[in-house]
Each structure stands twice: as C-alpha cells, then as structure tokens.
Design a protein around this ligand. Structure first.
Ligand code: HEM
Length: 225
C-alpha cells in the first residue's frame, strides 16, 4: 500500500512537471501558468517545486475540508439542539457554525516549528534550533481562551480558534475556500436532507497529524430536491 501511494504521488508530480513545462512554453490564463511564470527577486519556481506545491494543494485542500464536514455531521448528530438553532436561521448562523466546526474538528492536529532564537514561552525555555510541535487541538480547547471549550456551540462568538494555524506567513492559504466549501455543503445538506445524522461508530484514520474520518454511515429520510 505505501508503495502504491508513493508511485501515485510520483506519477502526479511527473504529470505536473510536464504541465508546468508546457505552460512556460505556451502560457495560458490558468493557475499553473501563473505559478510557472511568477518571479520573486528574479527567481522562479522550478518544475519540481511547482509539482510539489500542487501536491500540497491537493492534500491540504482535501484531507482537511472533507474531514471537517464529516466531524460536523457527527457533532450535529450528538448535539441536536445546535442543529435546530442552525436550521432555524441558516443565514444568520452559518458563519459562526462553520468556525465552530473547524474548532471542534481541528482537522490538522499539529505542525512543527524550529525556534529561530532563544525564547521563553509560557515559562518554558526554548533554545535556537529546538524543534517543537504546535498542538492546534489543544489550543482549540484552551479554557483560558474559550468559555466552556468542550461545548459545541454553533453561535460561538468570538471564536479565535487556531484550526487554520496561527497568524503569520503560514496561515492556511485555503481558509476562505474551506469556509466556503463547508458553508455550501452544510447549506445544501440542511436543505435537502435536513434530518441527516451519523449512525454507529466512524472509521477513523490512523494518524497523529490529521484528525480524519475514513467513513461514517449516515441515515436520512427521503431527500428534498
Ligand atoms: C477546514 C479546512 C482546512 C484546515 C483545517 C486547514 C488547516 C491548515 C493548517 C493548520 C495549516 C498550517 C498553518 C501553519 O503552519 O501555521 C494550513 C496550511 C496550508 N493550507 Fe490549509 N486547511 C484547510 C483547507 C485548505 C484548503 C481548502 C487549501 C487549498 C486548496 C489549503 C491549503 C493550504 C496550504 C497551501 C497551506 C500552507 C501554507 C504555508 O505554509 O504557507 N488548506 N492549513
């Protein structure tokens, strides 16, 4: 299985390297051309860099948003009162509900950083070049920041969660797209299959990095179109 995964990744990277070469020769009005021709301080991305950026976009855009939506289904199943609140006012509640789903799910569990200088953080001495992990799941349940952090509250405001990372240059590039995708998916689910609920135990992804759900059964009455 890992071999198949690596082979698929290599094939995808090869495909993108090829597309990138073609776009440099024949520019078009598309994202790959923009990436292939972009220059910062006179430097361009190599074909291999564009290929790995594309794979990053595919993985970062997939493994996160769809897991947030699945966690949302489980959360709304476990908290029917919150579903009622959202259903009663979709326009008013969607924005805060989506942020709460991302906080609750925290689809990316951690990222690693390297200290660039000696610093003290929350009473702990860190030294330059120390490696450390930022546990977003912990930050998103921080009782010093969130009132009643273990309560799923679709109206939570403010909601300064770190599900998309902390402020700074690495803040999630796709946060706006992700918010839009989760909003649209839930708007349509609540409209077409308003009673949809998760049934049984979800099959979870075995990973410390992604809080993923491989599969979860669901049940709903006849769909509205
Ligand atoms: C609910 C959905 C999503 C969550 C929870 C999420 C979470 C994150 C987190 C925690 C980071 C790391 C921030 C850091 O290192 O400080 C990140 C980075 C990133 N995300 Fe997302 N993400 C989501 C959706 C997306 C989507 C839809 C895309 C693109 C289509 C995307 C593209 C990226 C990229 C390219 C980075 C790297 C940014 C950088 O290091 O400069 N993400 N995301």
């Amino acid at each position: 299985m890992p071999t198949a995964l690596l082979a698929a990744g290599a094939e995808l990277a090869g495909l993108l390297e090829e597309v990138s070469r073609v776009r440099r020769a024949e520019p078009r009005d598309d994202l790959t051309t923009a990436l292939a021709l972009a220059e910062v301080d006179g430097e361009r991305l190599s074909d291999a860099e564009i290929a790995s950026f594309f794979i990053l976009l595919c993985v970062a855009g997939n493994e996160t948003t769809r897991n947030a939506i699945s966690h949302g289904l489980i959360a709304l199943t476990d908290h029917p009162d919150q579903r009622e609140i959202w259903q009663a006012d979709p326009t008013g509640v969607t924005r805060t509900a989506v942020e709460e789903i991302v906080r609750w799910a925290t689809p990316v569990t951690w990222m690693r950083r390297t200290a660039t200088r000696d610093v003290q953080l929350a009473g702990v001495d860190l030294h330059r070049d120390d490696k450390l992990l930022l546990f977003y799941c912990s930050a998103n349940r921080d009782e010093a920041v969130f009132a009643d952090p273990y309560r799923f509250d679709v109206c939570r405001a403010p909601n300064p969660h770190l599900g998309f990372g902390g402020a700074g240059p690495h803040f999630c590039l796709g946060a706006h797209l992700a918010r839009r995708e989760i909003s649209v998916m839930w708007r349509e689910l609540l409209r077409r299959v308003p009673d949809i609920r998760a049934v049984g135990e979800p099959k979870r992804l075995v990973s410390s990095f992604i809080n993923g759900i491989k599969a979860v059964d669901c049940d709903f009455a006849v769909a509205n179109r």
